[in-house]
Design a protein around this ligand. Structure first.
Ligand SMILES: [Zn+2]
Length: 454
């Protein structure tokens, strides 16, 4: 038996032979004639020329005149998509502690850290670190929320954060695609600040965002207030042709039912297909009839859902000296059954809201499979970190392998989806535009400017 040769070429045209590609990463029909494994993944020869995919053929049918590299049935994935991150908060856990690890502690720690440290240089250094991690792990695109609070005595945070975001997005173009979302409490749209934020977002090519996490306020006049705020948000978005991405019901209280209110507001404002809702934890705890009615309205409104399994499991049901009883995640299987697309994303990384993480979407995928039970079979599971989040971000050639797209790949020493999920695969090989990237994850010392001991 020959050893798989994954010493990749420094040549502009080559064939990756015998690549096992999960079917969700491919366009229907492209694999006709290829043999499939038990996961339904075809065995392909992938042709790369001038940094692009120029052919996807059944194994053995790739052109013979080009240099060939035999993957021997190992998995080839596209680079993955993280559609919900908080790069501005990342890697602050060591300097500003969340002593209890719960949601209220996270909010307090984040506010303290933001007011104290978040000038342009601090945000830039942490964003660069995060992007280097993501690139090394094979993440091709990230949508990050940016805390966009009103100006304080310390600084004009929205202007500061968005200026660094624009700079980093341009500097990293072609390496990791970045989108930004302006994150404020929904109440911020009740006054003139909402208009100012919408202008900053529009000038930055971003999305309008907001957090809705009500408990007892969705009754009587409070509900009409919520509707007013959402109508103002949608009005500002429509005037500037902005998509919307909201933080919704990140709480274990079944009374929290913002998702239903948002679905109605989306239809009322003619914004079907342009809204993403993240978290939606409390939906899982609502009475079945109520949840089903909400899910039907979400489907009608064309809303996409993002579940954040690692962070939801970390934060939800966290009580001091009590073992958690639930996983904290949205009912994604029920949403999918109703035709609602859902993505899995990373959310926070080494901050008050989540103490761990490394911007590694393969790791998030593996955890998501386990937490959400997206296995038996595994066949559809990779779609939630590839083509679905790419479609939510409006990125045509990302999160999939198709002719004409940039030859961006993650090559894994795993033959089946089971083998992908079973190991962390720190030894994966990442290709961008047909070339192996040499970037390694940055050392932690880079965050503080210390010398690395090795
Ligand atoms: Zn979030």
């Amino acid at each position: 038996m020959t050893k798989p040769d994954i010493t990749l070429p420094d040549t502009r045209a080559f064939v990756l032979r015998n690549a096992r590609v999960p079917s969700v990463f491919l366009t229907d029909g492209v694999t006709a004639g290829a043999t499939r494994d038990a996961d339904g993944s075809p065995l392909l020869d992938i042709v790369v020329e001038d940094g692009r995919f120029t052919g996807l053929r059944p194994a053995g049918q790739g052109p013979s005149e080009l240099p060939a590299f035999d993957l021997a049935g190992r998995q080839a994935w596209p680079r993955l998509v993280d559609v919900h991150a908080h790069l501005d908060k990342g890697h602050t856990v060591a300097r500003t502690a969340n002593p209890d690890g719960d949601f209220l502690g996270a909010r307090a720690a984040t506010t303290e850290d933001r007011l104290r440290y978040w000038d342009g240089e601090d945000i830039r250094r942490r964003l660069a670190f995060s992007l280097a991690c993501a690139e090394a792990h094979g993440v091709g695109a990230i949508r990050t929320h940016l805390d966009s609070h009103e100006e304080t005595a310390q600084r004009d945070q929205a202007a500061t954060s968005w200026a660094v975001f624009r700079e980093m997005r341009d500097a990293w173009a072609g390496r990791v695609t970045l989108q930004g979302v302006g994150l404020v409490a929904i109440e911020a749209y009740g006054d003139d600040y909402g208009r100012r934020l919408a202008d900053i977002v529009a000038e930055s090519g971003g999305l309008l965002g907001g957090g809705l996490r009500p408990t007892a306020i969705l009754q009587g006049s409070a509900l009409s207030e919520m509707n007013d705020l959402l109508d103002r948000l949608f009005g500002l978005a429509r005037e500037r042709d902005l998509d919307v991405d909201l933080h919704v019901d990140e709480i274990d209280d079944p009374v929290a039912a913002s998702l239903d209110v948002i679905a109605r507001a989306t239809v009322r404002n003619g914004y079907e297909g342009r809204v993403t809702c993240g978290h939606c934890c409390s939906l899982a705890l609502q009475p079945a009839d109520q949840a089903a009615a909400t899910i039907a309205r979400v489907a009608k409104a064309g809303i996409s859902i993002v579940t954040l399994p690692t962070v939801n499991m970390y934060l939800q049901d966290r009580q001091w000296e009590r073992t958690p009883r639930w996983r904290g995640v949205a009912p994604v299987k029920e949403l999918a059954a109703a035709g609602v697309p859902f993505a899995i994303a990373g959310d926070n990384c080494r901050d008050g809201f989540y103490a761990y993480g490394d911007h590694d979407m393969l790791d998030t995928f593996r955890a998501g499979v386990r937490i959400l039970h997206l296995d038996h079979p595994l066949q559809q599971a990779p779609s939630h970190v590839g083509p679905i989040p790419a479609a939510i971000m409006g990125l045509e050639h990302t999160g999939q392998i198709r002719e004409g797209g940039s030859a961006d790949l993650i090559l894994l020493p795993a033959r089946s989806l089971n083998e992908v999920v079973a190991r962390p695969h720190a030894d994966r090989i990442v290709l961008r535009a047909g070339r192996r990237i040499t970037t390694k994850v940055p050392r932690y010392e880079e965050l503080t400017g210390e010398m690395s001991p090795w």
